[in-house]
Design a protein around this ligand. Structure first.
Ligand SMILES: O=C(CO)[C@@H](O)[C@H](O)COP(=O)(O)O
Ligand SMILES: [Co+2]
Length: 226
């Protein structure tokens, strides 16, 4: 049987924006580019919008995973789909019509993904799980890069696995916040498939080595799943 490898999604929130092209080149060994959109309302910070996404898409062949940390994602999701998002993640806490939103994302040919904050129980996802391709479990409160991983997140990943198997669905599971080589193996053992890493990749002297080291640790976790 072929071993399933953990997938790595460096968050360019931690990149040097004055050299974004070179920064994207430095993560060419990753699986996705993670693009954090922050509106100053859903989270207390502002980042970038669809204009920069269009430029990122022109520069890289890597699929772009757009993480919408915005109020009322129904209003702005079209901008990111038009700009070429490959995966669109909306927050369960921010939307009003999850099924309609996930369907719209899929109709545009992108993968639909739903995120939950650390304070939101996994059970909240039960009715939307059959309509999404990925679930993002936040392992920090969203808003900033460089925060510490919230212990207890692994338990939540276990609950998500049980809920998915009881519903007969198998979305990809992504974790985001404080992820690095120190915890990649255990989050993957608990159920994560895709690891977002901002400071652990962009803060490393060699991004290629950092990506490979985190991937190897995550892949060991996937192999060791109960
Ligand atoms: O969505 C977010 C933060 O809200 C993340 O994607 C961070 O940008 C990840 O950064 P690190 O915690 O890995 O430094
Ligand atoms: Co993110």
């Amino acid at each position: 049987m072929t071993q399933r490898a953990a997938r790595i999604a460096p968050s360019i929130l931690s990149a040097d924006f004055t050299r974004l092209g070179e920064e994207l080149d430095s993560i060419a060994g990753a699986d996705y580019v993670h693009y954090d959109v922050m509106d100053g309302h859903f989270v207390p910070n502002l980042s970038f919008g669809p204009g920069i996404l269009r430029q990122v898409k022109c520069h890289t062949q890597m699929p772009v995973d757009v993480h919408l940390m915005v109020e009322d994602p129904e209003q702005s999701v079209g901008w990111y789909l038009e700009a070429g998002a490959d995966i669109v993640t909306f927050h369960y806490e921010a939307q009003r019509h999850a099924h309609r939103l996930a369907t719209l994302i899929r109709e545009h040919g992108a993968l639909a993904s739903v995120a939950i904050n650390p304070g939101t129980p996994v059970a909240a996802l039960s009715s939307i799980l059959p309509y999404v391709d990925m679930v993002l479990v936040m392992t920090v409160d969203p808003g900033y890069g460089g925060q510490s991983f919230i212990e207890g997140s692994c338990e939540k990943l276990g609950e998500l696995r049980s809920l998915c198997s009881s519903l007969g669905v198998s979305p990809l599971v992504e974790v985001d916040g404080g992820i690095g080589v120190a915890n990649a193996e255990r989050v993957c053992a608990a159920g994560a498939d895709v690891l977002v890493a901002g400071s652990a990749v962009f803060g490393a002297p060699d991004r290629g080595v950092a990506i490979e080291t985190i991937r190897e640790a995550g892949t060991r976790g996937i192999a060791g799943r109960a």
